[in-house]
Structures are given as structure tokens and as C-alpha cells.
Design a protein. Structure first.
Ligand code: SAH
Length: 361
């Protein structure tokens, strides 16, 4: 069941400490509700929240509960918990239990892989982490259009980088993550694709561990697989390619690496490879790759301006210059490119050839 409720003008009574209930309060406020808080402990909630005195009797709970549309129970001592449940049942008021936010002195950091830009490829774990965040550090490639819905009330900090221009240096990002967590916040570092695929996620984990901060990683869908798939290119395909190598084209490959890559065969996937494409194409050819080996350049995957360009090792540099190929793009080199939707005739031929080989085997 997928239900979206409109809370505008609705009264929601949240029960729990101001700290533990802060995310839940932020969510209901962001959804347009009037939020009331009953707390067994002291603490200052968001100034928009109306604080209500703790009822001393079952009758007191009934009066309170009957005056609201929904009760969100975050935490309560067992007697109060039971009184709330009974009051909601008697007054026929909706009751929901919600997860408390971290209240320790040290917060925590979760590195979240946001996938390649399409919100449909955000995982349930990513959404759950965002929902509980006090602060979200995000960058350019992950999904971010609906951050306000996914992490309502959180603070959003753009630490995005554009190619060749590091908006926020990596050490500063690490420092910000650590400082936010030391201030007791639940921190989400939202990254494009998977945090551990050229995302510098490892460095951020090490920085958190060094500062004694609990850190977790939520894997994401990597562009290395999802962006080729958009163009109809499977990175592996039975009898066509049984391995794929993913590398970063940020700096050029060495002669040794080029030689090994050609020797290995299979599919080659390059991220951050537009700037070093000429070096790569000539290097692959020099080490014996067929000149007519197909190459795909898929730019800005999952955006309105997504574009796939198909060429070959011999022609790709001229073709890329001709169409003005730019980052972000995923390059795919290998027979599987023949399976792409933009090369349907070639795909049929390749599949037939593969079927024939398989039939002979
Ligand atoms: N951690 C990321 C990769 C970060 S490196 C992941 O797993 O996907 C950044 C590079 O990823 C870009 O330069 C580009 O090569 C690729 N990339 C990421 N998202 C992309 C997209 N939506 N379209 C095309 N390329 C993308």
C-alpha cells in the first residue's frame, strides 16, 4: 500500500523527548501539520512546535488524544505508553509508532549511495537513512531534486564538485562530516552511484573512524552498470562478454595497464573518461585492439539531455569531438555495445552469431 497523506491543517501529537522526536516533528511540520509535543523530559523543540504538559491521568490522555488527528509515539515510559494506546483506541484516534533519532552526545555518519541520478534507483535503505538525517551533505551526481521530501527539516549542504574544479576540498568535506557528528547530529553523506566506486567513500569512512564516530555505508546503484543499461548495453552477455573492467579515466592509463586491458578482453567501462579518451583510444589500438571494436559514450544518464553516441576505437575521437561529448559520461568499449538499442541491426547480427557459436559448443 502506498499512501500519501495531506497533513495541512491537521493536528499531530508527538510523544517523546525533544531530541529523540526532532526528526519526526520536522517531518510532520514539513507536511503542513500543526505539531504538538508531550515530553517526559526537558529539552527545547523546534520553535514551531507547541509544547503540551504531560497528562497525569488516563483521563488526561483521553482529553489530549481526542483533540488531535494523529498521535505519533516516539518514546514513552511503559505506563504512559499503555495509557496512550488505550486512549487512542477509546477515542478512535490514529496512532503510529516512529523511530527515535539518535540522542547520544556523538552522532553518526552514514555514507549513502544515491544511484546515478534517477530517484527510482534510490534504495529503501537510502530513503530510510535520509529520513533520519539532521544534515545531508550532497553533491552533483546523485538524486537531489526531492531532498526536502526525503529528509524534511534537515540542513542541506552542497559539497558538489564540477570536473577540474573542486568546490569543496575533500579534507574539508571529511572535517564537516566529523564536526557535525561530534555535535551529536545524524549525518548523511549522499553520493552519486555507489559510495565505494570512485566516490572517495573509503577516505570518508577512515576519517570518521579516526575520530571515533560510528559510520555506516549504504551501497548504491553504480553508474558503471546502470548508465550503459540505459542505452540497452548489458555489461556482460552470455557468449559475448564474461567479464567487465571498470576504471577511472581521471588520469591516463600506463602502457602496462593498457596492454593488460587489451589482453584481458571482455567489456571495458570507463568513468570520468571524456578528458583522456584520445589517449585511451590510441593506447588500446597500439596494444592490438581491433579498430572496429564498438565504443559507446553515454552522457548525462537519467537526465532529460541524456545522449548515446556509438563509434568504434578508430573513429571515437573524431566522433566525440564532432558531437561535443562532455562529462559526466560513461564509456563502454566492447562487443556488448553492439547490443545497444541504438545499434539494433548490429545487435541482431551479434545475437545470431552468439547463438550459432553456442549451438556449435
Ligand atoms: N560513485 C559513482 C561514480 C563517481 S565518479 C558511481 O558509482 O556511479 C563520477 C563519474 O561517474 C562521472 O564522471 C561519470 O563518468 C560517471 N557518472 C555518474 N553518474 C552518471 C550519469 N548519470 N551519467 C553519466 N555518467 C555518470
Amino acid at each position: 500500500m502506498d499512501v500519501t497523506l495531506d497533513f495541512s491543517g491537521r493536528r499531530v501529537l508527538v510523544v517523546g523527548g525533544a531530541q529523540a522526536a526532532r526528526r519526526v516533528l520536522a517531518r510532520y511540520l514539513a507536511a503542513g501539520a500543526t505539531a504538538y509535543l508531550v515530553s517526559e523530559t526537558a529539552g527545547m523543540p523546534d520553535p514551531r512546535v507547541r509544547v503540551v504538559a504531560l497528562p497525569r491521568s488516563r483521563g488526561g490522555w483521553s482529553t489530549l488524544v481526542s483533540a488531535v488527528d494523529l498521535v505519533a509515539l516516539v518514546e514513552a515510559s511503559p505506563p504512559n505508553d499503555q495509557a496512550i494506546v488505550e486512549a487512542c483506541s477509546a477515542e478512535r484516534t490514529w496512532l503510529t509508532r516512529e523511530v527515535p533519532a539518535a540522542t547520544g552526545r556523538t552522532g553518526q555518519v552514514t555514507l549513502v549511495g544515491g544511484g546515478p541520478g534517477d530517484e527510482g534507483l534510490l534504495t529503501l535503505a537510502a530513503l530510510a537513512a535520509l529520513r533520519g538525517a539532521d544534515v545531508v551533505y550532497y553533491d552533483r551526481l546523485g538524486p537531489r531534486d526531492r531532498l526536502a521530501e526525503w529528509a524534511p527539516g534537515a540542513e542541506y549542504v552542497n559539497v558538489g564538485k564540477t570536473p577540474g574544479h573542486h568546490a569543496v576540498p575533500q579534507v574539508h568535506i571529511e572535517r564537516m562530516l566529523v564536526e557535525s557528528a561530534l555535535a551529536g547530529k545524524t549525518v548523511v553523506r549522499l553520493k552519486g552511484g555507489d559510495p565505494f566506486v570512485f566516490g572517495r567513500g573509503g577516505e570518508e569512512v577512515i576519517a570518521c573512524r579516526a575520530a571515533g564516530i560510528p559510520v555506516a555505508v549504504v551501497s548504491g546503484v553504480t553508474s558503471a552498470i546502470a548508465v550503459p543499461a540505459l542505452a540497452g548495453i548489458p555489461v556482460t552477455h552470455r557468449d559475448v562478454s564474461r567479464l567487465f573492467t571498470v576504471f577511472s579515466g581521471h588520469t591516463p592509463l600506463s602502457e602496462d595497464e593498457l596492454a593488460h586491458l587489451v589482453g584481458l578482453g571482455g567489456t571495458i567501462v570507463v568513468l570520468m573518461g571524456v578528458g583522456t579518451l584520445a589517449h585511451l583510444a590510441s593506447g588500446l589500438a597500439r596494444h592490438g585492439m581491433r579498430g572496429d571494436m564498438p565504443v559507446a559514450i553515454i552522457e548525462r544518464g537519467f537526465s532529460d539531455s541524456q545522449r548515446t553516441t556509438i563509434a568504434s576505437v578508430d573513429t571515437v575521437v573524431t566522433t566525440a569531438a564532432g558531437v561535443g561529448a562532455r562529462s559526466p559520461a560513461v564509456l563502454v568499449i566492447g562487443e556488448v555495445v553492439g547490443l545497444s538499442e541504438s545499434a539494433d541491426a548490429a545487435a541482431v547480427e551479434l545475437m545470431q552469431a552468439a547463438a550459432t557459436i553456442a549451438g556449435q559448443a
